[in-house]
Design a protein around this ligand. Structure first.
Ligand code: SF4
Length: 336
């Protein structure tokens, strides 16, 4: 407590639930400072309503401070080896929450906060907001009872700030389940009109992205953020344990793929027809280069031609291969 004022630090995504959790505490005079975490997988999702929303509009409207922090490799480590397992796809939601709360712990003393709040709602998400998980996170997070969920707190055991009289039980709400009706009514009460639609989670909840990520981590354990970003675009093909081909699906993907090219990558295209950009990364012997050329030819405007030219450029050198486009059967087993 600073200057007689109770202070909380909030895990804040910019989504509806984490905003409401903050406003609910501010309503009773708690001073709140928010922290928004970012990861390389597209969102931070410290609440159930949204991932990766802009945290600033509500902060400006209601007058609370926001800090940004990137979880970097710490997050990648839990994606690889989550103590509490993955969800339906590669999303390690329980470990994710524990990591974020663990990071917040280190700034509690620094900013003189009394406890941490999150926008979790009991029963709203299958993995991270079941009763068992809510209790597990409270137990494992190392905050010794200083984790408060203002939106569902009345349904949960009393936390230390309640026992110490810093906050009252009646300040907490008893929202439960998947419906957002009560949150929307509460938003209207607070004058919060701009908030994002609920999102299903970060990129790690996406099956296609997760399949690609699993493949990447299997074949390239020493990966980097460029590889992660590349997983978001194009068609992906594994041409060998150390070799991947990515082929753009439209003009904007072609530009993104080009922007992610590194010096050792091959840039492929068909010079005589409208062409996707192909990016060949890793070890490439002549057979692999030919296969990559065939795949790029298949997705070009010359796909009906019996033979077409494909250029492969790398680091100032260029070679041209003549090939038939790959048949559908040749793609079976290499598509990721
Ligand atoms: S979906 Fe799960 S893993 Fe992804 S940010 Fe949200 S809580 Fe974390």
């Amino acid at each position: 407590m600073e200057n007689g004022k109770v202070k909380a630090v909030a895990l804040y995504s910019g989504g509806l639930d984490s905003t409401l959790a903050i406003l609910q505490m501010m309503k009773f005079g708690v001073e709140v400072e928010a922290i928004t975490f970012m990861t390389h997988f597209g969102c931070d999702a410290t609440d159930s309503s949204s991932c990766g929303s802009d945290p600033y509009p509500a902060a400006e409207q209601f007058g609370f401070k926001v800090r940004l922090a990137h979880l970097g490799w710490k997050f990648v480590d839990i994606v690889r080896n989550p103590k509490f397992g993955h969800g339906k796809n590669m999303n390690p939601c329980i470990d994710c929450r524990l990591l974020m709360i663990g990071e917040v712990k280190s700034i509690i003393d620094m900013i003189g906060a009394d406890f941490v709040i999150t926008g979790e709602v009991l029963g709203q998400r299958p993995m991270s907001q079941r009763r068992f998980t809510i209790d597990l996170v409270a137990k494992e997070c190392g905050l010794d009872g200083r984790l408060v969920r203002p939106l569902s707190g009345r349904l949960l055991p009393a936390t230390l700030p309640e026992k110490e009289g810093l906050i009252k039980r009646e300040w907490l709400l008893d929202i439960e389940g998947r419906s957002r009706k009560r949150q929307m009514a509460l938003a209207a009460e607070f004058g919060l009109t701009q908030y994002p639609n609920p999102a299903s989670g970060c990129l790690l909840t996406d099956q296609r992205y997760s399949d690609r990520l699993r493949d990447l981590l299997k074949y390239k354990p020493e990966t980097d953020f460029n590889d992660f970003n590349l997983l978001r675009v194009g068609r992906h093909f594994r041409l060998g344990p150390q070799t991947k081909l990515v082929v753009g699906r439209d003009e904007s993907e072609n530009r993104i793929i080009e922007s992610l090219m590194i010096k050792s990558d091959y840039h492929l295209e068909t010079p005589d027809f409208g062409s996707p950009v192909g990016l060949l990364r890793g070890e490439a012997d002549p057979d692999t280069m030919l296969m990559a050329a065939k795949v790029v030819a298949r997705y070009s405007d010359g796909k009906s031609e019996p033979l077409l030219r494909v250029t492969l450029r790398r680091d100032g050198t260029e070679q041209t291969l003549e090939t038939a486009p790959a048949a559908e059967t040749e793609l079976v087993g290499i598509r990721v």
